[in-house]
Design a protein around this ligand. Structure first.
Ligand code: BDP
Length: 707
């Protein structure tokens, strides 16, 4: 039980369950006209059902009898065609699972308008059985609410993964394209099982080499596997590639040689990778070259690439993660300021990819003001599945509630109910190009994600990409049933652990709206004292502004006025210290240490209390896990147990180091009953990790230059 099977565990069921399911699961009706996606679906169904039933569930072509499962599309399956099922509303990727009776025969049909829809239906059907749901009169249909559901790998060509905590890259670049690991198939199965339909294979901090013919052929070999599962392939590209490969004299997006270079390159890519989807671009951002180097706007840069991919139906996902050291403004305001002015100037196959919050994947951020701020531009959300700022692989932090928090946030841009999910699914501003991107936590570790509970984040991401309105708790419960046990008391208690975990991390790292207190470079441990990096906005001190009088970032009118980037209804709430959710307090306000919170306690005492709550929650999670021993196999139980031990220790490290530092600034006594930090501030400051995982050469260059 090493976690390799993820949530696709087709383990033998108990005899009662086998008996209960056998009338519905006898054989699988396929058609010879299936192409590769439906063939992959049929073999997945056979594999899953045979595994769970403990006997071969064969694929058949004739005849349909009681207990046959008919799969396919109206075009490829004559049985489905004759049933005249209500498939119209399912679109290109939806599915219908239904028990039907015809000619005195009762059987289940899994249908889609396309093979991809059929594949998703098959995975859903398998989940129903894995979760021991009843199949009597089964009638389930579902259609994804977001068109492009992407996993962004930050995988480097040298095999490392930027911000990756699950080993090295899964892509064996060195051996590709000749040797194609069967693991790529298992990866694609897992992705398709949660509805992912696009993979960006390389880091946004891209190297020019990825567009050399040799690398394109490596990507093509991966892509051949992906497309069996309805997955398109995308590449991150470096804006200056033609210039850096010495094939043009500039990378100016308005230069005709540059335009011609990209068009020719795109044509070659599509010849080699027929299911290519387009480009992801990080430009004029954190040292990456971009249109700004040539005095051009982001729209001019993006549109040039968009023109190149348009003839093939490709898209450009242009990242809005930009902030400049030359700009004295609050970093939280910069992306909005820069992009708002360009609204309406982007080509129709460009989508602006915006991180969930205005800074950078912190344990808690308010929603990014560009959600709702760019009505004339398709805008997608980028979330980070890999836990760069939430304890890497070992801390248990289920991110579902964090994403739900942002997706359900109301932008009020078109009045009440203008939620971020409605921006993302295109319904608020009627955009048909919609997307959601998650920064992958997948590596070549046996368990794929570095820990068992990190698998839940990958799963939840896929589920929310399919349906941004889904509840994070019910996703957690499904994942637990698929991954560990369907026992109801296990599921309910383990889901409680998951649901409290992110709040625990936010409390022991950055409570009450504090943010970016992480140490330099690796971002693992605490570093609230860091104030000497060359770029001001890389310093934790820039964000907390703690001094003898108080702490927090004033983003109201008396400060940076970042709140003005939100709709008046939202900014009024953020502006009012008495109304704002206290979990965002110090994100928006600079307050005296003696300021009184709603609890009646002072700010200083409340900060200490929140850190203590975080540590207490980590302990509680571990105690709760101990009660689940009987439900979980020893190997996985002990893995989680060991991770939780690390988490308790490091929660305390975070708490002690931050309190030691903030106390040195506030000069306040600890509230009665609070333990003093175990070590001195000097000792916490001396802790260094030079070889922490996830830092790539670019990051090291950037941050070393600055320190
Ligand atoms: C930051 C990461 C950095 C990424 C950057 C990005 O620290 O490694 O390159 O985001 O999203 O959070 O481009």
């Amino acid at each position: 039980e090493d976690g390799y099977d993820l949530w696709l565990r087709y383990r033998l069921m108990d005899t009662d369950s086998i008996n209960r399911y056998s009338p519905y699961i006898r054989d699988i009706h396929i058609s010879l006209s299936f192409t590769f996606v439906m063939r992959a679906a049929a073999s997945e169904l056979q594999r899953g059902l045979s595994g769970m039933m403990g006997s071969d569930i064969p694929q058949i072509q004739e005849p349909v009898s009681n207990g046959t499962i008919v799969i396919g599309t109206p075009t490829t399956s004559s049985v489905i065609r004759q049933l005249s099922l209500p498939l119209d509303s399912l679109g290109n990727e939806g599915y219908l699972i239904r028990q039907v009776s015809a000619d005195d025969i009762t059987f289940i049909v899994i249908a889609g308008n396309t093979e991809q829809g059929g594949l998703y239906g098959v995975f859903q059907f398998l989940k129903e059985v894995q979760m021991r749901k009843s199949l009597e009169n089964v009638n389930i249909s579902s259609t994804p609410k977001v068109k492009l559901r992407l996993l962004n790998h930050w995988d480097n060509l040298d095999g490392t993964v930027e911000r990756g905590y699950a080993g090295n890259t899964l892509w064996d670049w060195w051996k590709l394209p000749d040797i194609v690991s069967p693991r790529y198939t298992d990866y694609s199965r897992a992705m398709a099982s949660v509805g992912i339909n696009g993979i960006v294979v390389n880091n946004v901090n891209a190297k020019p080499d990825i567009l050399k013919a040799m690398w394109i052929s490596k990507v093509a070999a991966l892509s051949d596997v992906f497309r069996q599962y309805g997955i398109q392939t995308y590449l991150s590209v470096r804006f200056s590639t033609p210039y850096e490969l010495k094939e043009t004299k500039t990378a100016d997006p308005l230069d005709s040689d540059v335009i011609a270079w990209w068009s020719a390159k795109v044509q070659k890519i599509y010849t080699t990778i027929p299911n290519f989807g387009g480009f992801l671009v990080k430009a004029s951002s954190e040292g990456q070259p971009g249109p700004a180097d040539y005095g051009r706007s982001h729209a001019e840069g993006a549109n040039m690439l968009a023109n190149a991919v348009r003839p093939y139906g490709g898209v450009v996902m242009w990242r809005a993660f930009v902030y400049s050291q030359d700009d004295p403004e609050d970093r939280a305001k910069q992306a909005y300021t820069e992009f708002k002015a360009l609204d309406g100037q982007f080509a129709e196959n460009v989508i602006l990819q915006v991180k969930n919050g205005p800074i950078d994947f912190q344990p808690r951020e308010p929603f990014h003001p560009l959600f709702g701020g760019m009505p004339n531009t398709p805008v997608s959300i980028e979330v980070q599945i890999t836990k760069e700022y939430l304890g890497f692989a070992t801390h248990l932090a289920y991110l579902g509630p964090m994403w739900e928090e942002v997706l359900t946030s109301d932008t009020f841009i078109k009045g009440s109910g203008s939620t971020v999910s409605r921006v993302i699914d295109g319904s608020l501003f009627q955009h048909s190009l919609t997307a959601i991107a998650g920064v992958s936590n997948v590596g070549n570790d046996r368990d794929w994600t570095g820990s068992h509970f990190n698998q839940a984040n990958l799963y939840a991401y896929g589920r929310l990409a399919w349906d941004p309105y889904a509840s994070s708790r019910s996703i957690a419960e499904d994942w637990l049933r698929l991954t560990f046990s369907t026992d109801t008391s296990f599921v309910s208690k383990a889901a409680d652990i998951m649901m409290m975990s992110r709040e625990a991390v936010a409390n022991y790292m950055t409570p009450l709206g504090l943010h970016h207190l992480m140490a330099t470079g690796h971002h693992y441990g605490p570093g609230p004292w860091v104030d000497n990096l060359s770029r001001p906005e890389w310093n934790p001190a820039y964000y907390h502004n703690a001094d003898g009088n108080g702490i927090g970032f004033d983003r109201t009118q008396t400060g940076s006025n970042a709140i003005s980037q939100y709709a008046p209804e939202v900014s009024a709430v953020f502006a009012d210290v008495n109304v704002v959710d206290e979990r965002y307090l110090l994100w928006f306000h600079h307050l005296s240490w003696d300021y009184t919170l709603k609890s009646g306690n002072s700010l200083w005492d409340s900060i200490v209390q929140a850190y203590d709550d975080g540590v207490a929650s980590a302990k509680e999670m571990s105690d709760m896990w101990q009660t689940l021993l009987i439900y979980v196999d020893p190997e996985r139980f002990q893995n989680v147990e060991a991770d939780l031990r690390i988490q308790i220790r490091e929660a305390k490290w975070w708490r002690d180091a931050c309190i030691a530092y903030f106390q040195s600034v506030s000069n306040k006594p600890l509230p009665a009953g609070a333990d003093p930090p175990e070590k001195t501030l000097a000792e916490y400051r001396a802790i260094q990790f030079i070889y922490a995982p996830g830092i790539n050469t670019i990051t090291i260059e950037v941050e070393c230059v600055s320190s």
